[in-house]
Design a binder for this molecule. Structure first.
Ligand SMILES: NC(=O)c1ccc[n+]([C@@H]2O[C@H](COP(=O)([O-])OP(=O)(O)OC[C@H]3O[C@@H](n4cnc5c(N)ncnc54)[C@H](O)[C@@H]3O)[C@@H](O)[C@H]2O)c1
Length: 456
């Protein structure tokens, strides 16, 4: 295939090297004369193997380099865009001017010289950018895919051969094979809408940054306490059941319970009151967690519902009566103090247990919730808003019928959310349940579940 790679920075030249290895004929295009001169001169590239691959392809004629869009794009069937999207100095927002200049130049060529040109965008761009290009400027000329690049400088070719994730933002469902053909990809690939692929790239980098900062703060605490941080992190990383895993990575509500808040607070206290080490990330985990609860209170307020609010679940997680540091208790308390009447249904919680298991329920919680815990599902039917704290399948009784026709705010990302959305006015605290697919997929299931159920 004849391919034009637009933008010959680090990502551009590594893409060229990779594509040459797969037998393509490539033209590299850059607006910088200096960059082209540097590449023609065969000056060494810092990335292992790249200089040799480029030099040998330049000699054999399989690689051409140009600053001229017309020459570079003329014979190519695909343009791969790798231009920079640097942070703008003014406001920190990515500067997309290089990208839009490249797109405009490509469109001019296509308009003058040819009918179509497919585009694969590899630069890192904010969500919405690819759709903007595909539906606006490029809409009439060809297909646009967003294929984010996950290479790391220093091991780029290796990363391209074995990327941590392959994700293609495709113009329409099932329309991605061309990208796989270009890159000769065989591993598992996620095919998504553009915005998901664009967001995944940002989230991965934010997560990497968070891991670096987290580990560095931990190493500061360790150093302060005279503990070997390398050994600590080595053992922490060896746990791939809870630590290096998908655990705790599902959108949901705030954390709580008897361990995470307490142990995180303990870690902070270990170095509290001193100048060093400063632990802004660890400190702000609790701030962020509390904000998540407070923003849910604002969300409830914005729904402008009157009457009683019903919470399905009160303990910090399903199937436990443990109310210690339950985020749902905190949420309920905040709603009550805002003047809402709140009731909660949670068969696992027995407030009377206070005498038996004093540590399970703090006394203020007991005082606040004694009148509000209900055993009657019928009273939930009378609520104007239901907050799903625990997945509905975790209750011993069918909950779906109660939700029919109700306004529902899902706090826990219920695995049955599509069924709930099919019969209720559904919102998730941090996710959407799109009605298009919801109705097709789940209405039948939901209606089946609704049959022959009544409550007293
Ligand atoms: N560097 C990395 O390790 C890495 C990894 C993954 C993703 N990315 C993303 O890939 C993109 C490119 O990164 P980079 O480090 O290669 O950038 P870079 O700034 O090193 O190179 C960009 C190149 O594009 C050229 N250019 C600018 N405008 C142009 C135009 N209109 N037409 C043709 N060429 C033009 C520039 O002259 C420059 O040579 C960025 O969006 C970046 O965030 C980078």
């Amino acid at each position: 295939m004849k391919i034009c790679v637009v933008g010959l920075g680090h990502v551009g030249i590594v893409n060229i090297a990779y594509l040459l290895e797969r037998g393509h004929i490539v033209t590299g295009l850059d607006v910088s004369q200096e960059r082209i001169r540097h590449l023609f001169a065969g000056e060494p590239e810092p990335e292992p193997r790249v200089s040799e691959l480029l030099s040998s392809a330049l000699r054999s004629g399989r690689l051409q380099l140009s600053t001229d869009y017309l020459k570079a794009v003329e014979e190519a069937s695909v343009a791969i865009i790798c231009v920079g999207t640097p942070q703008s100095e003014k406001d920190g927002i990515p500067n997309l001017s290089f990208l839009y200049q490249a797109v405009t130049s490509l469109i001019e060529i296509v308009k003058k010289k040819r009918d179509t040109l497919d585009v694969v965008l590899r630069s890192t761009v904010p969500p919405g950018t690819t759709r903007n290009i595909a539906s606006g400027a490029f809409g009439n000329f060809g297909n646009v895919w967003y294929y984010p690049e996950f290479l790391r400088e220093g091991s780029a070719i290796e990363d391209m051969n074995d990327p941590p994730i392959r994700i293609i933002g495709a113009p329409k469902t099932g329309y991605y094979q061309r990208v796989l053909d270009i890159y000769g990809e065989t591993g598992p690939v996620y095919i998504t809408e553009y915005e998901i692929a664009e967001m995944v790239k940002y989230v991965c980098n934010a997560f990497h940054a968070m891991k670096v900062t987290f580990t560095n703060e931990i190493s500061n605490v360790c150093r302060y306490l005279g503990i070997d941080s390398n050994r600590v992190m080595e053992v922490v990383c060896s746990d791939n059941k809870l630590n290096m895993s998908k655990a705790y990575m599902r959108p949901g509500f705030a954390f709580g319970g008897s361990c995470l808040p307490k142990d995180l607070t303990a870690l902070l206290r270990l170095s509290n009151g001193r100048q060093e080490p400063e632990l802004p990330l660890l400190t702000n985990i609790i701030v962020s967690n509390d904000l998540h609860i407070r923003s849910t209170v604002r969300r409830v307020r914005s729904l402008a519902v009157r009457g009683t609010l019903g919470m399905l679940g009160l303990s910090f997680k399903p199937n436990t009566g443990d109310l210690r540091d339950s985020p749902f208790v905190k949420l309920g308390n905040m709603l009550i103090s805002e003047g809402y009447h709140v009731i909660a249904y949670d068969p696992s919680v027995e407030l009377g247990l206070l005498d038996v298991e004093p540590t399970y329920i703090q006394s203020d919680v007991r005082k606040m919730w004694q009148g509000q815990l209900t055993k009657s599902l019928k009273s939930l039917c009378e609520c104007s808003l239901l907050l799903i704290a625990h997945p509905i399948s975790s209750f011993r009784t069918p909950i779906l019928p109660i939700l029919k026709g109700k306004h529902v705010l899902d706090l826990c990302n219920d695995p049955l959310r599509e069924q709930i959305a099919a019969i209720a006015d559904y919102e998730g605290v941090g996710w959407e349940c799109r009605s298009g697919c919801v109705r097709n997929v789940s209405l039948a299931k939901a209606e089946e579940a609704l049959k022959n159920t009544s409550y007293s």
